[in-house]
Design a protein around this ligand. Structure first.
Ligand SMILES: Nc1ncnc2c1ncn2[C@@H]1O[C@H](COP(=O)(O)OP(=O)(O)OP(=O)(O)O)[C@@H](O)[C@H]1O
Length: 362
C-alpha cells in the first residue's frame, strides 16, 4: 500500500497541504516547530484516527478551526486504488473508505497499516510491558484474522470477571474464568505463532544494524504456562478477590528481549537500545511485506535524534532496500546523510506549516 496523494486540513499549524509522496522514501526537513511532526501526525491520524502526541483531539485541531480532515489516495501492489479519509472534531470521528462511512477504527488499520518510530518509541524496551504488548499485537492483528475477535471477547470477559472481583461476588467467577481461559488461550496461540514468524526477521535486521550475537526474543504469556490458563485463574481466585482484579492472563503478557540471558535494556548503550527498537519496528513492517498483504508505511520522526552518523547510514541503507514507503523527518537535509544510493526518493521542506517539494540533490 502506497500513499500517492495526501490532503491535510487543520492539523496543528498545517492549515491546508497537498502532497504527492514518493512510493519509496520521503524526506521532510524544516526548523524546529515548522510542522514536520504535524505532518507525520496527520498520516498517523489517517491510519489510527487518533494522535500519537495528544490523548485528546482538541489540541491537534488548528486553533482557528473546529475540525480536522485528512484524506489520501492509496494504491495497492496489485494496482487497485483506494480513497481513505478521516474527519475528527472534539466529539466525533468519521471514517470513510471509498465513499463509504465505516464504524470501526480497525478498518483504517487494515486500509493503512502504519509503523511509527519517534523519540517516545524508545520507551518500548525500557518502559512497562503495555507498550510491548501493543507492539506485539500490531503484528499479530495483521498476521492472524483470528486474533482481533478473540481479543475483543477476552477483554469483555476480563471486564466482567474484574467487576465480580471488585464487588466480591465469587459465585459467578467460574463461568467468567472459563470464558477468559478459552479466549485467552486463542490470543496467546496467535501471539506465539506470530512471534515464530517474526523472530528470524527481527534477528536478521538487528544483526545488520547492531551485529549483536546471542540475542533472544520470547513471550512471557502472562501466567505460569506450565499449567493451563484455567488452572492459573482457579488457583488465583482467592488472591484475585483480595486485590479486586485478575492477575493472570494475556493482559499481563510481556515480550522479553535478552542478550546472553540478561535483559537487553540492562546491558546495551542508549544508541544500541535505539537501534534495537528501530530493528523491532522495521521487522514488523518487513514481516508484513513478506505476507500476501501490502506493505505498511513507516513514519520516522526526528531521524537524527541520538543516532551517530554511522548508525544513521546503516538505518537508511536498510530502509532504502525495504521496498516500502516511509516519511522521515529531520531539522536539516544534511541529517539524512548520503542519499546517493537512495533512488526515486522525494524531499519536502516544511516552513510555518506549509509543505513544499524541495530539491532532492540537497
Ligand atoms: N492546535 C494548533 N493550532 C495551530 N498551531 C499549533 C497547534 N498545536 C501546535 N501548534 C504549533 O504547530 C507547530 C508545529 O509543531 P511540530 O511539533 O509539528 O514541529 P516540528 O517541526 O516537528 O518541530 P521540532 O523539530 O521542534 O520537533 C508548533 O509551532 C506548534 O506551536
Amino acid at each position: 500500500m502506497t500513499v500517492t496523494r495526501l490532503d491535510i486540513a487543520s492539523v496543528r499549524n498545517i492549515q491546508h497541504a497537498t502532497l504527492y509522496p514518493a512510493p519509496t522514501l520521503n524526506f521532510i526537513y524544516g526548523a524546529n516547530a515548522s510542522g514536520k511532526s504535524a505532518l507525520l501526525e496527520a498520516i498517523f491520524l489517517l491510519g489510527r484516527a487518533r494522535s500519537f502526541r495528544s490523548s485528546s483531539i482538541k489540541p491537534v485541531i488548528h486553533f482557528s478551526h473546529d475540525h480536522l480532515l485528512v484524506t489520501a489516495q492509496t494504491v495497492f501492489a496489485g494496482g487497485a486504488h483506494q480513497h481513505v479519509g478521516v474527519r475528527l472534531d472534539n466529539k466525533a470521528c468519521e471514517i470513510r473508505i471509498n465513499q463509504q462511512t465505516l464504524p470501526n477504527k480497525s478498518s483504517l488499520a487494515y486500509a493503512l497499516p502504519l509503523q511509527l518510530i519517534y523519540p517516545k518509541s524508545y520507551e518500548l524496551l525500557d518502559g512497562g510491558p503495555q507498550a510491548r504488548r501493543e507492539f506485539l499485537d500490531w503484528g499479530v492483528f495483521h498476521h492472524d484474522p483470528a486474533f482481533l475477535p478473540a481479543w475483543r471477547h477476552y477483554k469483555k470477559a476480563l471486564a466482567q470477571r474484574n467487576a465480580l472481583l471488585k464487588n466480591r461476588q465469587p459465585e459467578h467467577l467460574k463461568v467468567w474464568s472459563q470464558e477468559l481461559s478459552y479466549y485467552g488461550t486463542i490470543v496467546t496461540d496467535c501471539r506465539r505463532r506470530y512471534l515464530e514468524a517474526f523472530i528470524p526477521v527481527f534477528q536478521s535486521i538487528a544483526g545488520q544494524l547492531l551485529g549483536l550475537p546471542s540475542m533472544t526474543l520470547s513471550l512471557s504469556p502472562g501466567w505460569d504456562d506450565s499449567e493451563s490458563l484455567l488452572h492459573a485463574l482457579t488457583a488465583d481466585a482467592e488472591k484475585d478477590l483480595r486485590y479486586g482484579f485478575t492477575q493472570s492472563g494475556p493482559h499481563r503478557a510481556d515480550l522479553l528481549l535478552t542478550l546472553d540471558r540478561l535483559p537487553a535494556r540492562d546491558i546495551v548503550s542508549r544508541g544500541q537500545l535505539k537501534l534495537l527498537v528501530i530493528s523491532l519496528k522495521l521487522a514488523q513492517v518487513q514481516r508484513l511485506n513478506l505476507t500476501e498483504q501490502d506493505a505498511a508505511c513507516i513514519l520516522f520522526d526526528d531521524f537524527a535524534a541520538e543516532l551517530d552518523v554511522a548508525n544513521r547510514a546503516k538505518v537508511l541503507e536498510y530502509l532504502t532496500g525495504m521496498q516500502c514507503q516511509a516519511f522521515i523527518t529531520a531539522t536539516s537535509p544534511n541529517d539524512f546523510g548520503d542519499l546517493s544510493t537512495s533512488h526515486n526518493h522525494k524531499m519536502f521542506h516544511v516552513e510555518h506549516g506549509r509543505i513544499n517539494p524541495a530539491d532532492c540533490s540537497m
